[in-house]
Design a protein around this ligand. Structure first.
Ligand code: G3I
Length: 408
């Protein structure tokens, strides 16, 4: 009932929207040649690298307490009227987040920023973008000797034009790899050379424009064991190396380890904690952990465990970003599903705001029109905060309400 009343009080009329412009480049760059150093020469003290960080930190509100709330009875729920988001008013998520020094954003596929309605909403409502696919190895480095920056440039140029930050995703992952690499007959030395050159080229190109990189994505199994192509080729040392190489390419970028199902305390998050603690001890430049938060309604991670996990990473001096939040609903979701989804979004944002070391809240897409969920998990969808017609859902208003009512 509480959020029904609050939602109904938040009726904001959109006026005077800004239409986005995007510039693109079409450039293919030959892979440079450079000898791989046996060890990195530039290994800053992690505590000193924290002082170089670009992103602001937020102050926790001591009184914030976030607990799961029982669903409102569907029979008492009055449908929200169709309304437009408050893009050009002080109540856009972006404006509200700015007051909290919070980065709020979404993952974006290139091409979409050329769609006027999409671009307008994106630029007005968010202050950070993640490249959903454009910077992955197979897309940005499709041939052994050439790169394709068209898609990534499109996203970065949009962000620059709209004064947004960019999260680079991702340098090292076992998926979306090019065939030439995955099925090539490479020696360890060659794999190392390829990866070094890749990181120097990609991170170097966007130096100063991509503020945060997911350096390693999903490199640990649910049982807490290292995995992937890179691990098999280079051994466990590959993780230290890629963070050092990324730091060499852009000493000002924040460097993150990013994973799913590691939000709360479990075997995977234990391993991440252990891994990063070891890296910090060895002087490796690592600045934080990305908690993805791909959530199915009804199977949310325990929030007390999430808060505990974020706190133990803070104790290591690490930041935490919410990096890929979406909350899947069953097909043809009920009104109750939408309100429970809103409550999940509300509470996850609350956990981030309440933590000393969480200043970034990113959803894995902006509109249900474009989401990875329906094609990957048939029978599920509607996971984002705007519907397929770009209309804000209860989850949008829940986030708006949190940002309006929490003290910055
Ligand atoms: O680029 C081709 C296009 O040429 C072709 O016409 C089309 C036909 O299906 O496929 C296109 O590639 C797809 C690509 O997304 C770009 O749209 C791939 O098939 C598809 O598999 C790929 O899915 C992406 C997925 O990662 C790959 O594993 C999703 O969009 C993307 O949202 C998803 O994102 C991951 C994060 O990177 C890491 N965390 C989990 C998250 C969700 O799986």
């Amino acid at each position: 009932m509480r959020y029904l009343v609050l939602s109904l009080t938040i009726l904001i009329i959109l006026t005077g929207c800004q239409v986005a412009t995007t510039s693109t480049s079409n450039q293919t760059t030959a892979i440079p040649t450079k000898t791989i150093p046996a060890t990195a020469t530039d290994q800053p003290n992690p505590s000193s690298t924290k002082t170089e960080t670009i992103l602001p930190t937020i102050t926790a509100t001591e009184t914030s307490q976030w607990i799961w709330v029982e669903a409102t009875q569907p029979s008492t729920v009055t449908p929200l009227p169709t309304m437009t988001p408050s893009s050009s008013t002080n109540d856009s998520l972006r404006n509200l987040a700015d007051a909290h020094n919070l980065n709020i954003g979404v993952a974006v596929n290139n091409g979409l920023v050329n769609e006027a309605e999409y671009a307008e909403l994106l630029g007005n409502e968010f202050n950070i973008i993640t490249a959903e696919n454009a910077m992955k190895f197979g897309i940005i480095h499709p041939q052994v000797d050439s790169y394709d920056f068209v898609a990534a440039d499109e996203i970065v140029n949009f962000a620059l034009a709209h004064h947004m930050q960019v999260r680079g995703h991702t340098l090292v992952w076992q998926k979306q790899m090019p065939k030439w690499l995955q099925y090539g007959d490479w020696t360890s030395e060659q794999v190392s050379e390829i990866l070094y050159q890749h990181i120097q080229t990609v991170v170097g190109r966007y130096r100063g424009q991509v503020q945060v990189w997911d350096v390693v994505n999903e490199g640990i199994t649910g049982q807490g064991i290292l995995r992937n192509f890179w691990y098999k080729a280079l051994g466990p040392e590959y993780i230290d190396l890629v963070f050092q190489w990324a730091h060499e390419a852009d000493p000002d970028a924040l460097l993150f380890y990013n994973d799913y199902s590691a939000e709360t305390i479990n075997k995977k998050s234990d391993k991440i904690h252990e891994l990063l603690e070891g890296m910090l001890t060895r002087g490796i430049p690592v600045h934080g952990v990305g908690l993805q938060f791909h959530v199915d309604l009804g199977a949310e991670p325990r929030l007390t465990g999430v808060a505990e996990n974020i706190k133990r990473l803070n104790d290591l001096g690490l930041q935490v970003h919410i990096t890929e939040l979406d909350v899947s609903l069953p097909d043809n979701p009920s009104e109750e599903d939408l309100f429970l989804q809103a409550e999940t979004y509300r509470q996850i944002l609350g956990v981030c705001l309440a933590a000393d070391n969480c200043n970034t809240f990113i959803m894995w897409g902006m509109t249900d029109k474009y989401s990875w969920i329906p094609s990957t998990k048939p029978g599920s969808g509607a996971a984002l905060i705007f519907d397929e017609n770009y209309q804000p859902k209860p989850a949008y208003f829940a986030l708006q309400e949190v940002l309006k009512t929490e003290t910055p």
